[in-house]
Design a protein around this ligand. Structure first.
Ligand SMILES: *Cc1c(COP(=O)(O)O)cnc(C)c1O
Length: 222
């Protein structure tokens, strides 16, 4: 029920904002959820448009879930699946990104270099989003004044930089909406179209500001 509810809220918020309903897509944040629960609450008999995007924030969990999903035949049973990574990128965790099609959390140039180098070995590379710092007391993300340099450094490695990601400050929806609007301006400045912003509590604020990927976890698994 939660999934269909969230999908319908996304659709109507997009329509209200004058956007095509399919332009704001749901990324299912499956971190901390069991395979059984993902299968029951998200995959079974539900109308999630393809490809189904699942996001994890820890390398080992990602590796284990990808393996289990293969054993359970998810692609064959539920259609095309994509794995996204939304956690901090530590050097010793880059090796777990092989099955990932989109990394949302690039914040330093060395991370782009390490991913590009590993991708060379894998024979395929994930696309990346640059995580913007939200201005609040939060440790992750590149400061706006260093965004352009990071963008150029990432492009230089050959990775496809698709857009920006931001986490809004908690508990203040007006502030969240301002952060989303600012992030959209930075993306437009760089000519980037993908905007990963909005979570369970603030995705309705992110849609009018142009979010294209909504990273929602808790609300889907209630
Ligand atoms: C956990 C997480 C989410 C999802 O948050 P919910 O509040 O569960 O919707 C989105 N993005 C990132 C980076 C996360 O770590």
């Amino acid at each position: 029920m939660s999934l269909n509810q969230v999908l319908s809220e996304i659709r109507s918020a997009a329509q209200q904002a004058g956007r095509a309903p399919e332009s704001a897509r749901l990324v299912v944040v499956s971190k901390g959820q069991s395979l059984e629960s993902i299968e029951e609450k998200i995959l079974t008999g539900r109308a999630l448009p393809a490809p189904i995007m699942l996001a994890e924030n820890r390398g080992q969990d990602l590796r284990d879930k990808v393996r289990q999903a293969e054993e359970l035949g998810w692609q064959e049973r539920f259609g095309p699946l994509e794995w996204h990574f939304i956690g901090p990128l530590q050097r010793n965790k880059i090796k777990y990104l092989e099955p990932v099609s989109l990394v949302h959390t690039l914040e330093e140039a060395w991370q782009a270099e390490a991913i590009a180098e590993a991708a060379h070995k894998w024979g395929h590379a994930p696309a990346v989003l640059l995580q913007l710092h939200n201005g609040e007391a939060q440790k992750h993300g590149v400061a706006p004044e260093h965004l352009k340099a990071l963008y150029h450094a990432a492009v230089q490695t050959g990775l496809e930089v698709r857009g920006l990601m931001v986490m809004a400050p908690y508990g203040d929806l007006a502030a969240a909406q301002r952060v989303f609007a600012e992030t959209a301006r930075h993306a437009a400045d760089l000519g980037l179209s993908e905007l990963s912003m909005g979570m369970s509590d603030d995705f309705l604020q992110a849609i009018p500001e142009g979010a294209t990927l909504l990273r929602i976890g808790r609300r889907l698994f209630l």
